[in-house]
Design a protein around this ligand. Structure first.
Ligand SMILES: *Cc1c(COP(=O)(O)O)cnc(C)c1O
Length: 434
């Protein structure tokens, strides 16, 4: 008898498996996803569909600048959506003008174009650079090895990592890569066709590598001498992540000879909208005697959704909160403290970790090669992946960067007590591998 009675359905239905199944059937499998299905969050805490809590030190990859379910972002969304969500760029509206003014005040004299993502912000910089060099036959943009600039065709052409290009050739012509933080190599690479140099202020996907002050100042000098544009991809390292609005402002703070330093263009996205999809690029008012801020005249560039009243209202509210709550100073002080704590972990577990790197709330722990780590040698997964997975078990979300680095990109308003909890759990995980 017993054998023919079907087993009853489980009492708790498995929401996690159901969601995973939908993805397996219907979503383009372009992402390697972790086996976690998240349902809701609050600040720097997030819960999965079975009710398990995680401390979020990944911040949605440097996007959730005010954490999850921030009530002031909700308020801005609700208030603005009652007035206007979208009107197109055929008309004027106050939020876009106000946000452009705020960004110019945070950077320097110039103009802002609004778009929807980081890759798109960089695309705008490529177009502005090509327009600048067009009549002289210059079009080539030098970018760094290990850089990341997005997944569009232009983005993968600009990105200095073979793995993003593979299988999508032919690439967009006019990009060449140079070693990062190597001024001599940049000088040597310039050809008669070169028009611009594009770098991240702190390389993110490439493993949390800040540009040095000498490199930034040297590139500025080089670009001035050779009539090139200096472009900065601030998509990940911008928006106060370093403790200043742009990472070059933090890197160059107090450095002799850095007064008045400005690049000619800056790409922004990620934290700008706090999770609302938004990108922007800033162009310097004048570059090499040209009114560069006005180089993209009527009809030369556009995007339907760019700078909607809704997105701009959210971005403005985030800037208000950052300013009101002194979050830039919080990121500087707490980021320095966090960096010190990570360095202490490296000293405590030298067989597992070999370095801490980064600025502000863009920090990385560099792990040893897999073969040397006692608790990792048995698996063929990269050390960064093994550490991130074990951190999930310990209730902490972090982000792998390449094979060796675990990235921390927490919300700008995360509390020091929360980071303290995170550091303790990271310590326990490093200990488990030692
Ligand atoms: C994430 C990122 C991009 C791409 O941004 P998307 O919004 O994914 O298009 C570009 N540059 C850097 C430095 C990034 O970190």
């Amino acid at each position: 008898m017993k054998e023919i009675v079907p087993t009853p359905p489980p009492l708790v239905h498995n929401a996690h498996a159901e969601i995973r199944d939908l993805f397996a059937r219907y979503v383009v499998p372009s992402y390697g996803r972790f086996d976690l299905a998240l349902s809701h969050g609050s600040g720097s805490e997030v819960w999965d569909v079975s009710g398990r809590r995680y401390l979020d030190l990944g911040g949605g990859i440097a996007v959730c600048s005010l954490g999850h379910a921030n009530s002031e972002i909700t308020e801005a969304l609700v208030e603005q959506s009652r007035k206007l969500v979208h009107v197109s760029n055929l008309y004027y509206q106050a939020p876009q003008g106000n946000l452009a003014e705020r960004l110019v005040r945070l950077i320097g004299p110039g103009r802002v174009f609004f778009c929807n993502s980081g890759a798109e912000a960089n695309e705008g910089l490529y177009k502005a650079a090509r327009k600048f060099g067009h009549d002289e036959g210059r079009f080539e943009i030098l970018t760094a090895w290990n850089s990341f600039h997005g997944r569009t065709l232009g983005g993968i052409s600009a990105t200095g990592q073979e793995k993003v290009k593979k299988g999508f050739e032919p690439l967009v012509p006019g990009f060449r890569h140079i070693p990062f933080n190597d001024l001599a190599a940049a000088t040597e690479a310039i050809s008669p066709a070169t028009v611009a140099i594009l770098i991240e202020g702190i390389q993110g996907e490439g493993g949390i590598t800040p540009a040095t002050a000498e490199y930034l100042l040297g590139l500025r000098r080089l670009c001035d001498e050779r009539r090139l544009l200096l472009l900065v991809d601030g998509v990940q390292c911008g928006h106060f992540r370093s403790g200043e609005f742009q990472s070059f402002q933090r890197i160059l703070s107090g450095v002799p000879g850095a007064e008045g330093f400005l690049p000619d263009g800056i790409a922004m996205a990620k934290s700008l909208g706090g999770g609302f999809p938004m990108g922007a690029f800033w162009l310097r008012e004048t570059a090499h005697g040209v009114r560069f801020g006005e180089i993209l005249g009527p009809g030369t560039h556009g995007t339907t959704y760019g700078g909607t009243p809704l997105g701009c209202a959210v971005a403005l509210r985030i800037l208000d909160v950052v300013e009101r709550d002194g979050l830039a100073a919080h990121v500087r002080a707490t980021g320095d403290w966090l960096h010190g704590r990570l360095e202490a972990l490296v000293r405590e577990f030298p067989t597992v970790a070999r370095g801490a790197r980064g600025l502000g709330f863009m920090q990385g722990i560099e792990l040893q090669p897999r073969e040397g780590i006692p608790g990792m040698a048995g698996s063929d997964k990269a050390p960064s992946m093994q550490a991130v997975l074990r951190l999930h078990e310990a209730g902490v979300l972090t982000i792998p960067s390449g094979n060796q680095i675990v990235r921390l990109l927490p919300a700008l308003n995360i509390r020091r007590t929360e980071l303290e909890e995170g550091v303790e759990r990271i310590a326990a995980v490093l200990r488990s591998f030692a």
